[in-house]
Design a protein around this ligand. Structure first.
Ligand SMILES: [Ca+2]
Length: 159
């Protein structure tokens, strides 16, 4: 399995977090269902009625700033559902906060060679993330689920 992304999420707070402690976590079993089959205006995502090519971005949003931590590969002609067998490693450095201003954002795109089309997005407070399955219902009904596994290899964060 590839460790495609390694990012340090540094957030300051003294609150208790749902993810048990700082460390490396794997994001895996990423699954999309119920993506929009057509654009808001009714036209297909791709020319000649083609199905969308789903690609996801995971971002962290904190106090109005957001940055990408994971970009999945594109699933060509995936239609309204897709799954990824890849595994991405992320790192949360203690203290992970209970702040109401920190979120994991999921953005769903239809990948296009010219310019990708935004399809949907949703978010979950970082403090609501759990080890195990997480489910995000996006604004237009897309359902994104993924598993968080960990923490592991904790010692590597502060070598
Ligand atoms: Ca496309």
């Amino acid at each position: 399995m590839s460790k495609a992304v390694l990012i340090l999420v540094l957030l300051s707070s003294f609150a208790v977090a749902s993810l048990p402690e700082s460390g490396y976590y794997d994001v895996q079993e990423v699954l999309v269902r119920n993506a929009l089959s057509a654009k808001q205006n009714g036209s297909a995502w791709d020319p000649f009625g083609g199905a969308p090519d789903l690609v996801l971005q995971f971002l962290i949003e904190d106090n109005g700033n957001e940055w990408v931590i994971i970009t999945t590969g594109t699933k060509e002609n995936s239609g309204t559902s897709a799954s990824w067998s890849s595994e991405w490693e992320i790192a949360f450095e203690d203290p992970l906060q209970e702040s109401s201003s920190a979120y994991l954002i999921i953005k769903v795109w239809d990948s296009d060679s010219h310019q990708s089309d935004f399809m949907d997005s949703g978010r979950i407070a970082l403090s609501d993330l759990v080890v195990g399955e997480n489910v995000i219902e996006c604004n237009y009904g897309t359902r994104v689920s993924f598993e968080i596994d960990g923490p592991h290899n904790q010692g590597r964060i502060h070598p």
